[in-house]
Design a protein around this ligand. Structure first.
Ligand code: FE2
Length: 407
């Protein structure tokens, strides 16, 4: 038996934020990040719409990028005090992810962070509140997914929380919010979305319900991401839908080891002054993982199908050549979006540079631990080819040096 779960309602298109007016409830807490939603007026609008719906509204703001366990606990305390029956999270992946974890703690105050991290082990929610996610970035698609990523800074590790219980009840995909994204964010979140669609398509949990979503998302991203990055607002609007389709696919088909590695390298070098931003990490690792997974015959065929849909290789070409074309396509996209090809060239500002912020000796020293953690990541199980710890180390080295994957 397989399960396919999405929010009950997805409001999309310009002005769909207004759907908040139709919500039924007494109290809503709005969870929001650092200030861009306030600055662009969307926070005020959301608050106004909820008040129009007759609700008392409280705002929990200041959720940081890559939200911490501490922030989750603080937000949950605010919810326990206010007792909302709607949680409305507005912003990029971070405030929405944080709010999902707060929701669990609000409904189950005794639930620890360790409890939350047990994959598909969340108790039944919606006894106290329903959840609406309004996304302002075009990438994580957390507004429709069963996932949340929370960082434990004491360990330097990002933990995914995974359960259909935290799939939001309502998603609002209003492209007006995405139009405010700075260019670098467009690049990173867009490549995150592409990675979601590609990993979902070759995942061992792919199915007839997820395949069309993944393939259509890939085609849309191929057509629109670079144009969106270069300021085409029509393309930006379409990317907001594309990333959401990719999200619907991967929330149900799961992901693979591009994400396992991105999760485990993201905060691993934070003591050197920067994060490897999630979408950029995916963009760098995706070509390496395609080469690694293509040693699996089924995965190779499916990469071939992706290349066919994209029209980037001759239909009669061999699957090996189609895989090569797909890898070349992803690398060209990185160039177009100013994303480096490897960690060694990843600057503290995320742009390509001669010597990145992660020193070689530090990388090598931490490699065994990172590889072990990546193998244990929740996304590894659905990857089409299961790497050994040794292979994971080799793969991570290829991601550091941008060397060819020949194993
Ligand atoms: Fe992602």
């Amino acid at each position: 038996m397989a399960r396919f779960t999405l929010p009950r309602d997805i409001y999309h298109g310009k002005g769909s934020l207004e759907a908040l007016k139709s919500f039924k409830g007494k109290k809503a807490i709005i969870c929001v990040g650092g200030g861009s939603m306030k600055r662009f007026g969307f926070l005020d609008k959301a608050e106004g719409y909820l008040k129009e719906a007759g609700m008392e509204v409280k705002i929990f703001d200041g959720i940081e990028p890559d939200p911490s366990v501490e922030t989750v606990m603080r937000g949950a305390e605010a919810m326990i005090e206010f007792q909302p029956d709607w949680i409305v999270a507005i912003g990029g992946g971070s405030p929405i992810d944080a709010a999902k974890a707060m929701w669990i703690k609000y409904e189950y105050p005794d639930c620890t962070f360790e409890d939350m991290c047990k994959v598909f082990g969340i108790p039944e929610l919606r006894k106290k509140a329903h959840f609406c996610a309004v996304s302002s970035t075009s990438g994580t698609a957390t507004e429709v997914t069963a996932f949340s990523i929370i960082t434990d800074y004491s360990k330097g590790i990002k933990y995914p929380i995974a359960d259909f219980e935290i799939t939001p009840d309502v998603a609002i995909v209003d492209p007006e919010l995405a139009e405010t994204m700075p260019q670098k964010l467009v690049a990173h979140t867009g490549m995150d979305a592409l990675t979601h669609a590609v990993e979902a398509y070759v995942s061992t949990a792919n199915c007839d319900y997820t395949d069309p979503l993944a393939i259509h998302a890939i085609e849309m991203i191929q057509n629109d991401l670079v144009a969106s990055y270069n300021g085409d607002m029509g393309a930006r609007d379409r990317m907001h839908n594309a990333q959401c389709l990719a999200g619907m696919a991967f929330s149900n088909a799961l992901l693979g080891i591009v994400h396992s590695m991105a999760h485990k390298t993201g905060a691993a070098f934070a003591d050197f002054g920067a994060h490897i931003i999630h979408g950029a990490a995916n963009a760098m690792y995706l070509p390496k993982v395609i080469a690694f997974n293509a040693k699996d015959e089924t995965a190779k065929k499916r990469y071939g199908v992706i290349a066919d849909y994209m029209g980037i290789a001759d239909k009669n070409a061999s699957d090996d050549d189609k895989v090569k074309a797909l890898i070349a396509f992803v690398r060209k996209m990185c160039d177009d979006l100013r994303i480096p090809h490897c960690i060694k060239q990843y600057g503290a500002d995320s742009y390509p540079c001669e010597n990145g912020f992660v020193p070689e000796n530090v990388f090598l020293e931490r490699l065994p631990e990172i590889a072990k953690n990546a193998i244990g990541d929740a996304c590894t199980g659905s990857n089409p080819r299961q790497p050994s710890v040794e292979e994971m180390e080799k793969l991570l080295k290829c991601c550091y040096y941008d060397t060819e994957v020949d194993f």
